[in-house]
Design a protein around this ligand. Structure first.
Ligand code: GLN
Length: 386
């Protein structure tokens, strides 16, 4: 019997998506896989209906429909200040998930090293391995999840081809400062490496902090490959729409990877999503306020359990320290929580390189009533632990 590829033996299926399946099987409130239980803006829904009756049912241009790329370029330029030529700086992809895979395959030769901060979003190690590269890890230190500059310097001494920066961070909620991003970029420039960023939570940053786009820093043009997604900004995770943004010579190669992986993102979806990209600035302020309220509601619920947890600066994840509950492993704790408490989270160990089993990650991209209901259920934990 022929054997499948060896590289597939070194990572598992996504634990996040596995937890969603388990939550559905047990009817638990699903705070594991990060996606909203509320609708996208009305403008997007109307545009989707209209697109269904329009002419966009065949392949779009492989690197993205022109009107979508034009609207995207305007929106990126407005928020980041970076000059974008929609014909040269962008490839439209199926979510940031494809964008990251495209970036990695565009940047790396087999055997190259890629620096990944730990904890990390679980796709990154798999992306590196599928691209034939080897992830090397640099810890982010709680409670603030900053990095130690010397540890990062030592990782760069191993001559990596790229570093991955998720900003705002999943699962940490870390928002990288301008100084931190500048330090990372300087190291990358010194060592001829790429900075591959993943920024789907760019608009979910809590005041007074602000999102800094790595691509906007001086000297970024030839080094930064930005990956991003419309999923979280417009509450359309199922639309699978994202993009790679980089220098024209990088994009010329990225287009080839993308073309042979998927040909393109869905044409009617690109057409409809233009309505999102054209929403006024007040939409983004509203989104930040909406998530600030959700964060406050959910953290308020967590406080009542008496357990300790991380304080997100951005994105919509929180890691709860479940060590007082006395479970053998975080996986056992997460499964117990789904079955007995009726709330699903993700075992924190799936985000860490280090043997760290003390956290469960929850997200709060849910309606307030869902969060409050989850909060009521989570009080059982306090009783179990107490
Ligand atoms: N980014 C989300 C999370 O971390 C969704 C992951 C996914 O399934 N693509 O939960």
């Amino acid at each position: 019997m022929p054997r499948t590829a060896n590289r597939l033996n070194v990572f598992t299926e996504s634990v996040i998506r596995g937890m969603t399946r388990l939550a559905n099987r047990h009817g638990a409130i699903n705070l594991s896989q990060g996606f909203p239980d509320f609708d996208p803006p009305e403008e997007l829904l109307a545009a989707l209906e209209k697109a269904a009756r329009g002419p966009c049912h065949q392949y779009a241009v492989t690197w993205g429909a022109p009107n979508f790329r034009q609207a995207l370029a305007r929106k990126i330029q407005k928020f980041s200040g970076v000059d974008i030529d929609p014909d040269q700086h962008l490839v439209v992809t199926c979510g940031s998930t494809e964008a990251m895979m495209v970036a990695m395959m565009t940047a790396c030769n087999p055997g190259d090293r890629v620096v990944v901060f730990s904890p990390f979003y679980e796709n990154y190690a798999a992306d590196a391995i599928l691209a034939g590269a080897e992830p090397i890890y640099v810890p982010l230190h709680p409670p603030g999840f900053g990095f130690d500059p010397d540890e990062l310097r030592r990782a760069f001494a191993q001559r990596p081809k790229a570093i991955i920066v998720c900003n705002p961070g999943n699962p940490t909620g870390k928002v990288f400062t301008r100084e931190e991003l500048t330090f990372i970029l300087e190291l990358a420039r010194e060592h001829d490496a790429f900075v591959i960023t993943d920024e789907p939570y760019e608009h979910i940053v809590y005041e007074p902090l602000q999102h800094v786009y790595a691509a906007s820093l001086p000297g970024a043009a030839d080094h930064v490959i930005t990956c991003n997604s419309l999923s979280k900004t417009y509450s359309i995770t199922g639309w699978r729409l994202g993009y790679v943004q980089a220098a024209p010579h990088v994009i010329a190669q990225a287009r080839k990877v993308h073309d042979f992986l998927t040909i393109g993102a869905a044409a009617p979806i690109q057409e409809a999503a233009v309505a999102g990209l054209e929403l006024p600035d007040s939409y983004y302020a509203g989104l930040r306020d909406l998530y600030t309220r959700k964060r406050d509601v959910f953290l308020g619920c967590l406080r009542r359990t008496g357990l300790r947890f991380t304080e997100p600066q951005g994105a919509y994840y929180v890691m709860v320290d479940i060590s007082p509950l006395g479970f053998q492993s975080d996986t056992a704790a997460a499964e117990w929580m789904i079955r007995e408490v009726g709330v699903a989270g993700v075992p924190g160990s799936s985000f860490f390189r280090e043997p760290e089993h003390r956290y469960i990650r929850f997200h709060y991209a849910k309606r307030e009533e869902t969060l409050l209901q989850a909060g009521e259920r989570l009080l059982k934990i306090a009783r179990a632990g107490g």
